[in-house]
Design a protein around this ligand. Structure first.
Ligand SMILES: Cc1ncc(COP(=O)(O)O)c(C=O)c1O
Length: 390
């Protein structure tokens, strides 16, 4: 097996030739630091498992892999002490699909109060899921610095709302929710009888924080409370296998689960056989790679922090995920109406995500899961671009 050291993660892997969305969207002169995948090879254990399966040459319909499901359950117990009952698990081809199914569920089981609370900012497919499934969004603004939840959360009117989609850890703020914050959210959901879906796709990507990732479901204080909760987990972000399409909805309540199961059986595509193989290898054997990758990301984060500080651009504390959220609103007077994202793309030839799609115009999101050398070059180009504004 490979030595997962700095040299390993520094190794170029030719992503520009790999049909990558990230690397083909812009010209070859642009450094792409936008969509959330990593420029690192998947760990050897995943590659070997996939290769062995590919060489069998049999690609018919695959049954759901109980081995992969068990590996996912064992992993969460081992790392976080979270006990997942195998009966609660409904496979999903992706978490965006699961977000959509949750919104549909609200429409079906709570037709008179199907509005869904969504934080702002948040990963843009939270909004698109609500819109596509015709449930009304209730935006609940988070504070980007310090404690994100609004002080007056408890007095927010929930009439007409039946659910809340939470992002834990939070994309794009990089915030790892604390036990106290999650308890406030659970209390609010209980007080207003909300179903709470927690997207925990970034749970394996905690860089450092005073505490570990806390799966929301593991905090349920009673069986009744657990039954209002749903979690979405996946190996995709943590082990950089989003192209394999394997995720899990964890749904303790049998009636709510039936909705997910019926849609999985009858509407959405099943997890493909390589998704299962990759997931099992990741959860069973991916820990050395994950820990080394997090150490590499911490070094990259230090570069981003130094850049932000040098240019007086406030950066959200990046506790989890590999997505830095940079407040560029102070640049507005010098940008002549151009968004910071467009400015950095045009002048620096660095592609970032525009904060506007997450609900925060004037911000940019930068993906630091790339080679340190490339990140350094991108930040140098951004610094040169900023120098032209003076
Ligand atoms: C919070 C969050 N949820 C879901 C996804 C996408 O999930 P999937 O590719 O499994 O649909 C992403 C991708 O960046 C994400 O950041």
């Amino acid at each position: 097996m490979g030595a997962y050291d700095t040299a390993y993660f520094d190794r170029p892997i030719g992503r520009d030739r790999s049909d990558s969305v990230k690397w083909t969207q812009f010209g070859p002169d642009v450094i792409p630091l936008w969509i959330a995948d990593m420029d690192f090879p998947a760990c050897d254990e995943i590659v070997q498992a996939l290769t062995a399966r590919a060489q069998e040459g049999c690609y018919g319909y695959a049954r759901d892999s109980q081995a992969a499901i068990q590996a996912m359950i064992d992993y969460h117990r081992r790392l976080y002490g979270w006990e997942i009952d195998p009966d609660w698990v409904v496979p999903q081809p992706g978490v965006v699909t699961a977000l959509n199914l949750f919104c549909r569920l609200l429409r079906d089981v709570r037709p008179d109060r199907s509005d869904v609370f969504i934080n702002e900012p948040v990963y843009h497919h939270f909004m698109s899921a609500a819109q596509l499934q015709h449930v009304r969004e209730r935006r609940l603004a988070l504070r980007p610095f310090g404690e994100p939840l609004p002080e007056g959360l408890e007095s927010i009117d929930a009439r007409g709302a039946g659910g809340w989609m939470l992002c834990n850890p939070q994309n794009p703020l990089g915030h790892l929710w604390t036990r106290a914050e999650l308890t406030r959210i659970l209390d609010y959901a209980a007080a207003h009888d909300l179903l709470l879906a927690s997207d925990e796709i970034h749970g394996g990507l905690v860089l450092d924080a005073p505490h570990a990732y806390l799966p929301l479901l593991s905090l349920a204080r009673s069986d009744a409370e657990r039954r209002r909760l749903i979690a979405f987990v996946a190996p995709s972000k943590t082990w950089n296998v989003p192209g394999l399409g394997c995720a899990f909805a964890i749904v303790p309540d049998p009636a709510l689960r039936e909705h997910f199961t019926r849609n999985y059986d009858q509407l959405i595509p099943a997890v493909n056989l390589f998704g299962w193989v990759g997931a099992e290898a990741a959860y069973r054997h991916g820990e050395p790679w994950r820990l080394a990758m997090l150490a590499y990301l911490r070094r990259n984060r230090a570069l981003l922090e130094a850049f932000a500080e040098a240019h007086g651009l406030p950066l959200c504390r990046l506790e989890a995920t590999y997505l830095g959220f940079l407040d560029c609103r102070a640049l507005a007077p010098t940008l002549g109406g151009e968004s910071p994202r467009d400015f950095f793309l045009r002048v620096a030839k660095v592609a970032l995500h525009d904060g506007a799609i997450f609900g925060s115009p004037g911000w940019v999101r930068i993906n630091i899961a790339t080679h340190t050398d490339l990140l350094r070059r991108a930040l140098d180009r951004m610094a040169d671009a900023l120098a032209t504004l003076a």
